[in-house]
Design a protein around this ligand. Structure first.
Ligand SMILES: Nc1nc2c(ncn2[C@@H]2O[C@H](COP(=O)(O)OP(=O)(O)OP(=O)(O)O)[C@@H](O)[C@H]2O)c(=O)[nH]1
Ligand SMILES: [Mg+2]
Length: 511
């Protein structure tokens, strides 16, 4: 019994109903009697016992067999289309995708959240999601990601829905991708490729574009063979001439050429990025010299980081209800209530399992975060799983060496979040500030908190600064803090906190 049959039984034309029900359990032996695996794939000979769907794994945390073997339809995963013209447009221009996920740990709710996120990612990339399939399993199949016996069911769903792409929720090996493509007979991409594709579509600056291209090439290089060496298809379909699905891969020579071309391009991009980095480094060095404290806004994608920057500084940066709307960092200078200057930087959002190639390619951008004086960690309090987002963000922060930077938690979208969630979050993070970038709620408190947490100048000086040295007074304004200041006939009498270098310059006027 298959998805297709069931739906015909039900009298449906398309298996697009959104009920959550398990497909038939077919603990069939064809899971074991694998044929047609690619010779380059894993385990072409006798299968490793681990490949046997873990049916006889004696360890304690075995999942219920029936559940593990069942492929489940996930509710509400069809893209809603509002009108017919939209349908036609999408069918012409966009990919029609089926999502496939292997559920290894966590609760039902976790799985639903992660499928909902994969759907959002797919839609952000411009796809129409037709169906979502989840298989419960102890670990992904090393040869085909989902259990081998389930691949045929995916194929049936692909045929029934007219999908042209399958998106798997993980990072797959070259062999897994190819084995799946061979059997479901449409393009198969993984979550990493999907995220890279979104980044490619959203990159605007020269640096952002170079970073994304570098990440894509690194990803592609490792999968050249698995993808039949079809560069055009991997390049986000931009040069998608030829290379039909299931087409034969290139010969060894072509493969070598492709590989060399990729390596050359990677070196060019690296050199270009080093140049661009030098420019940024100059600016950064200037800020350090002038002792301008820096605050970096970090957080999960779509948490409202750009909205918050706009609220705090009227920066006017792009805000969009889309994942990874921001790729290029925007830095704005702003001032505290007592006129100390500091910078606020909005940057790329994080996501669970942020592809390693991207983290590496964006190293110079992310380094700014690691060097900030304070992180504003923005959390979407209206998300179904804010705690999971916090964990994912902290993981990336520690990957990029920013774990030691002081962190101010900010719970955003208070206008949408439930009172219950906010209470829980507040209890877990008593120092957090709750805000709404939309309504302005809590923004004053946030600003005050930031100002209070900025690094303070370390030396207290008392000086009588002659009127001819107005420049020194200006510098106390921008990089120091006045405690008192008074005009006298001889000059300005000040008590102020300043950095050591400015203190040295004020030395002759000490009073
Ligand atoms: N209701 C509500 N919506 C908000 C709030 N803050 C941001 N949003 C919305 O959330 C979406 C994402 O906002 P952005 O500021 O672009 O989020 P971001 O964190 O910069 O996202 P990326 O750059 O894509 O990682 C937009 O649709 C915003 O209008 C808020 O406080 N309340
Ligand atoms: Mg943004």
């Amino acid at each position: 019994m298959t998805a297709l049959h069931r739906h015909h039984d039900d009298g449906d034309d398309l298996p697009r109903d959104s009920s959550t029900r398990p497909l038939e359990d077919d603990l069939d032996l064809d899971d074991l009697a694998e044929d047609g695996l690619d010779p380059d794939g894993l385990a072409p000979g006798p299968l490793d016992p681990d490949d046997y769907d873990d049916a006889d794994d004696p360890d304690g945390d075995q999942l219920d067999l029936a559940e593990r073997h069942s492929l489940r339809r996930v509710a509400g995963l069809s893209t809603e289309l509002s009108d017919v013209t939209e349908v036609e447009y999408r069918q012409l221009r966009l990919e029609r995708v089926v999502l496939v996920s292997v559920w290894t740990t966590g609760s039902q709710v976790d799985v639903d959240n992660s499928m909902a996120e994969l759907k959002l990612l797919a839609e952000t990339a411009g796809s129409q999601v037709l169906e979502g399939l989840v298989q419960r399993r102890q670990r992904p199949d090393p040869a085909t990601y989902i259990g081998r016996g389930k691949v045929d069911e995916v194929r049936e769903v692909v045929v029934a829905t007219g999908a042209d792409t399958v998106i798997c929720d993980g990072e797959l090996t070259a062999a897994q991708l190819r084995n799946l493509e061979d059997r479901v007979k449409v393009k198969v991409v993984d979550r990493t490729a999907l995220i890279l594709d979104i980044f490619a579509q959203h990159a605007r600056s020269a640096e952002g574009k170079a970073q994304v291209e570098l990440a894509q090439l690194q990803y592609l290089k490792q999968r050249l063979r698995g993808w039949g060496g079809n560069l055009s298809r991997q390049a986000g379909g931009r040069a998608a001439a030829g290379g039909g699905i299931g087409g034969r891969g290139p010969g060894e020579t072509k493969l070598e050429t492709d590989r060399r071309r990729i390596n050359t391009r990677i070196s060019q991009l690296r050199a270009r990025l080093r140049e661009l980095d030098a420019t940024r480094e100059t600016k950064r060095a200037e800020r350090v010299r002038n002792r301008v404290p820096s605050v970096a806004i970090v957080g999960y994608t779509n948490a409202g980081k750009s909205s918050l920057l706009n609220r705090l500084t009227s920066a006017g940066v792009l805000v969009e209800n889309a994942l990874f709307a921001t790729l290029d960092p925007t830095t704005r200078r702003t001032e505290t209530a007592d006129s100390r200057v500091y910078t606020l930087t909005d940057t790329v959002g994080f996501v669970r399992h942020l592809p390693h190639d991207l983290v590496e390619a964006f190293a110079s951008t992310l380094e700014e975060t690691a060097r900030a004086d304070l992180l504003l960690h923005v959390v979407d309090a209206s998300d179904p799983d804010p705690v999971g987002q916090i964990t994912a963000v902290r993981r990336v922060l520690s990957d990029i060496g920013a774990a030691q930077v002081p962190e101010q938690m900010v719970f955003n979208k208070a206008d949408l979040a439930s009172a219950e969630t906010l209470t829980t979050l507040r209890a877990a993070h008593p120092d957090a500030v709750v805000v709404s970038a939309r309504t302005g709620q809590g923004i004053d408190e946030l600003r005050a908190t930031v100002e209070q947490r900025l690094p303070r100048p370390e030396v207290e000086v008392r000086a009588l600064v002659p009127y001819s040295r107005g420049d020194l007074i200006d510098r106390i304004h921008s990089a120091g803090e006045f405690i008192t200041s008074e005009h006298t006939p001889e000059g300005t009498q000040v008590v102020a906190r300043v950095h050591a270098d400015l203190a040295a310059e004020l030395e002759p006027y000490r009073s």
